[in-house]
Write a protein that binds this ligand. Structure first.
Ligand SMILES: [Zn+2]
Length: 378
């Protein structure tokens, strides 16, 4: 028996509707098809391998819903809804408690795996960042070789390093692809975002479905782009303007990180609730999870500044193109000088783009750049 195109109206087939369970997943058609097929007769361990941010969490939750739901993943019952929200007691999502997956983390996984399911006929234990398992791999291996009957493992890894090869050999492997800009753009336009803005967001998301999902909720995206694009016309050669513009640009980058901060707070809240349900005392590795959240927030802020600098370089490049096109109408000497000036501005912005990756003092670098650009007539 087969479901229809998207199965949206099918209620009694073996294959649950794609959208109900995997509606949050962007551009992973192959992996979704594999997971849907495997949900019918699950084995005890799966390994999802792919770059970060391509929708791992949404895939795990969709798959877990199909394994926990009494109807094989209807997408609408309480079991499905809780699994998809990551708050079903038989879906345990284990995050590492430090920079690597430690032996203690692995022991915690083993303990959780031996637990009986609380509500469903089986439980799903998802473990993130397994490429960072190193010493912990042998501990997990034993459980994977003698799996507890009711537990299905879903392991996630960015890649499969040598120490993980044996663990990987005990799992069914599913490869995840980086999300193409086309898929991200299509997803955004499906959410009602206009074409041009969707393309800009897809570029800014740098292949990450997680990032694009943050951007779509981010009402300030277009406004922040505009602040960067308007910089050349605002600079008037005074230090006061430089200070104002610099603080607006840095403030915009902070604002961009806000949705991620809110998401992190919500994640922490649901981890705390999960820990309580599992009878654990507090969230295991809370400090390390918070540290990781801060690292992700800093990285996003840095990416936002990079994206802004690219917009600024583009603004000068547009002026340069306009100058060259209109060259015949003005004195040749003046045009040559202006072209030199604007090319210098583009180079200066691009140099800061590169420099900012190494240099953590973003505000000083930005102010210095604006002072340099103040000499160029916008
Ligand atoms: Zn269901």
């Amino acid at each position: 028996m087969t479901a229809g195109d998207d199965g949206a109206t099918t209620t009694t087939t073996d294959t649950p509707p794609v959208r109900a369970l995997y509606g949050e997943v962007v551009g992973q058609d192959g992996a979704v098809e594999q997971l849907r097929a495997m949900a019918r007769q699950p084995v005890h361990a799966y390994l999802l391998v792919g770059p970060p941010g391509v929708g791992q969490r949404a895939l795990v939750r969709g798959f877990a819903a199909s394994l926990l739901c009494p109807m094989g993943g209807c997408g609408v019952c309480s079991t499905c809804r809780r699994a998809l929200a990551g708050v079903h007691p038989d879906l345990v999502e284990v995050d590492r408690s430090g920079p690597s997956v430690t032996v203690d983390d692995a022991r915690r996984v083993v303990r959780l795996a031996q637990r009986r399911p609380l509500e469903a006929r089986r439980q799903v234990v998802a473990v993130s960042d397994l490429h960072l398992a190193r010493l912990a791999a042998p501990v997990l291996l034993k459980t994977l070789e003698e799996p507890p009957g009711d537990t299905v493992f879903v392991l996630l890894a960015d890649m499969v390093p040598t120490e993980l090869v044996t663990v990987a050999s005990r799992c069914v492997r599913i490869d995840l692809q980086p999300v193409s800009a086309e898929s991200l753009t299509a997803w955004l336009t499906g959410q009602g975002v206009e074409d041009d803005l969707a393309r800009e967001m897809a570029t800014a998301a740098r292949g990450s479905a997680d990032r694009v999902r943050l951007l779509v909720d981010d009402a300030g995206f277009a406004a922040r782009r505009r602040i960067w694009r308007d910089v050349p016309s605002r600079l008037d050669g005074t230090g006061a303007t430089v200070a104002t513009v610099a603080s607006e640009l840095l403030g915009a980058a902070e604002e961009a990180v806000e949705p991620l901060r809110l998401r992190h707070a919500a994640d922490m809240q649901s981890l705390a609730e999960q820990a309580e349900r599992n009878g654990e005392r507090g969230v295991a590795g809370r400090k390390e999870i918070e540290d990781r959240h801060h690292r992700e927030e800093r990285r996003m802020r840095a990416d936002e500044l990079q994206a802004g600098l690219a917009v600024l370089a583009g603004a000068y490049r547009d002026r340069l193109a306009a100058e060259v096109t209109g060259a015949r109408n003005a004195g040749a000497g003046r045009v040559a000088e202006r072209v030199r000036e604007l090319s210098g501005a583009v180079d200066a912005v691009e140099a800061v783009c590169v420099e900012m990756i190494r240099n953590p003092n973003e505000s000083l670098m930005l102010e210095a750049l604006l002072v340099r650009l103040s000499a160029v007539t916008g």
